[in-house]
Write a protein that binds this ligand. Structure first.
Ligand code: SAT
Ligand code: MN
Length: 599
């Protein structure tokens, strides 16, 4: 067997850093991850032996595994997440901030000797295609095989990454230890000025797969501002039209708006028969650069999906079901004694003999002592799967230059306010639309129903610097790029008087995307409203979908009085973001008010 304790690189920056971190964490041994199947299989075996993961039924779930996290470690912990830069103002009003020296000192106490009796794995990874000018190299040191196995799916990993790095010092230093999993001592620390991430006392997803939200959004957004590009919480998808042309859109939505479903949209019969087809590039993160052609080009820095399980089934997302059919790690779902997995809203019945996400014997319909139903899978249970397994995975996934973006789409969950779709009046108005993005709580969420939560660009927990400076950076990108994409807003969730959804959603959303692409090319019928261009009554291709005319009217209606209230709320939100708010967005707000009063 290969000796994986032998260093895979002679990079002295890397060696020095690993030595220092090992001196702090005191692992028993250091193992380098080379990205080979042989090593992955050995790690899977070892983790099965220790009980860290469980092998699933090889017929029903080939090469797939099950894992439970600690019951108090089941989601990202935003209150333990910090931007640690020298000046507090650079972190801005929406981030938790710590002084870097204090943050290092405190966390070093939690890391000290935390890997005694454990192995430190060295995981070299590339966010973006290896060697692409879009890409960034990171190295994660971790004491968790579960993290290693997830990283092997989520990013391009291994020896090839180190070869590309060569002797360069240009890599993100990511240190992770489960330590004791003590929630009080949990810290997710970002040091953008040192290109460093420290995560301790967690074993869950976004807290520990440091390439994802930590590097690809928080650290990358900081870098992107300095280097003139964008790191965004966006899906990327290609729409192939009947004439064979493929155009790409990037879209940002707050959570629970169906981002993953949209990224894998299945065309409805009426449009499919015309020849429409969807190509998935990514469901979560986009790195976007202006190019010499004046357009913005994008890559997905990731190589896998870390998708929410509950609600996923062959109706809501058949492509995701196919993607998860093999080589998948399931976290915190229901585990059957027969080695199958299950979650609320999945296809078929729960396995007869099952354990819930906490490992307790469980069957559907079980109630707690207060008569409340006990769910088998945690609400944030996940499946980690390779992107290439998605039936709609794009053939340009590994293209070093990415894809050109024709339109940005922002969305939200608004019961009444926002129409099905509208187009902004220009770049800075588009930035305004992104900056004022919001969702209303559904009854399923904790808190007051209908309460509006602002989530600008869906980046509230992920922007690694001052949100107001981030808005200004977006404004500036429109000046750098000669032909920036047009910017749109969609709302799949508008409700009628009886509180039911007016729009069928899912695959039918392609009808809206088609109008978006037409408008991006300067075609498509639209009328001017105070908030932007809205499709005319007959502008959407409705082949194969019956919708009563009054429903379409309601979907596209703009209620001036409601929007005046919205403008007041946006102003309050902008005020809360501090003194750096760009004047361009204040102007846009005034423009909106002016149009609401005048049109
Ligand atoms: O845990 S992750 O951050 O990877 C997923 C999410 O919470 O959006
Ligand atoms: Mn996300």
């Amino acid at each position: 067997m290969t000796d994986w304790t032998q260093p895979l690189s002679t990079n002295r920056h890397l060696a020095t850093w690993i030595e220092e971190m090992a001196a702090l964490c005191l692992p028993d041994q250091i193992v380098w991850i080379d990205g080979s199947d042989e090593q992955r299989d050995a790690l899977r075996e070892e983790a099965c032996r220790t009980g860290e993961i469980t092998a699933l039924n090889p017929e029903k779930h080939p090469d797939s595994y099950y894992h439970r996290t600690h019951p108090l470690d089941v989601a990202r912990t935003e209150d333990k997440t910090f931007i640690c830069c020298r000046r507090e103002a650079d972190a801005g009003a929406t981030n938790n901030w710590k002084n870097p020296e204090e943050a290092y000192t405190e966390a070093a106490n939690f890391f000290r000797a935390s890997m005694r009796g454990r192995t430190m794995y060295v995981v070299p990874f590339s966010m973006g295609p290896i060697g692409s000018p879009f890409s960034k190299v990171g190295v994660e040191l971790t004491d968790s095989i579960y993290v290693v196995l997830n990283m092997l799916i989520m990013c391009r990993t291994g020896k090839q990454v180190l070869d590309t790095l060569g002797s360069s010092n240009d890599f993100t230093r990511c240190l992770h230890s489960k330590a004791s999993l003590d929630p009080e001592k949990r810290r997710i620390l970002h040091f953008p000025e040192d290109n460093t991430i420290w995560s301790v006392n967690s074993g869950y997803g976004g807290n520990v797969l440091l390439g994802k939200k930590c590097l690809a959004l928080r650290i990358a957004s900081w870098m992107a501002r300095q280097e003139g590009w964008l790191a965004e919480h966006m899906l990327i998808l290609g729409i192939e039209e009947p004439n064979g042309r493929i155009e790409y859109v990037a879209a940002a939505f707050p959570s629970a708006c169906g981002k993953t479903n949209l990224a894998m949209l299945i065309p409805p019969e009426g449009l499919k028969s015309k020849g429409y087809r969807i190509w998935t590039i990514g469901d979560d993160i986009a790195w976007i650069r202006p190019d010499t052609d004046g357009r913005l080009w994008a890559v997905n820095p990731e190589y896998g999906f870390f998708g929410v399980a509950p609600g996923t089934n062959s109706k809501t997302n058949p492509s995701m079901m196919t993607t998860m059919a093999k080589n998948t790690i399931f976290t915190n779902v229901v585990l059957g004694k027969d080695g199958t997995v299950w979650w609320e809203g999945c296809d078929g019945d729960a396995p007869a003999d099952a354990l819930d996400w906490l490992g307790r014997p469980w069957h559907p319909g079980m109630k707690d002592k207060d008569g409340k139903e006990i769910l088998g899978a945690h609400g944030n249970s996940r499946a980690t799967s390779p992107l290439r397994q998605c039936p709609s995975a794009s053939f340009r996934l590994d293209h070093h230059h990415g894809v050109p973006i024709s339109a940005f789409i922002f969305g939200g969950r608004r019961n009444a306010l926002a129409p099905l779709v509208y187009e902004s009046y220009g770049w800075s108005h588009g930035v305004f639309v992104g900056a004022s993005m919001a969702s209303e709580r559904t009854s399923a969420q904790y808190g007051k129903q209908g309460e509006v939560r602002r989530d600008p660009f869906a980046m509230l927990p992920f922007c690694g610097y001052n949100m107001a400076d981030y808005f200004k950076h977006w404004i500036n990108i429109g000046r750098i790029a000669k032909h920036p994409p047009k910017v749109f807003h969609v709302n799949w969730f508008r409700r009628g008087k009886d509180n039911s959804f007016l729009w069928p959603g899912y695959g039918e959303n392609l009808r809206v995307l088609e109008w978006v692409l037409q408008r991006a090319r300067g075609e498509g019928e639209a009328r001017e409203t105070p908030i932007g261009y809205v499709p005319t009554d007959s502008a959407l291709d409705m082949t194969g979908l019956e919708l009563a005319p009054d429903i379409m009217d309601e979907l596209l209606r703009v209620d001036n009085d409601a929007w005046k209230e919205e403008a007041a709320d946006i102003e309050k939100f902008f005020d809360s973001l501090g003194p750096h708010m760009p004047w361009e967005l204040r102007n846009e707000l005034e423009g909106l008010r002016h149009r609401l009063n005048g049109m």
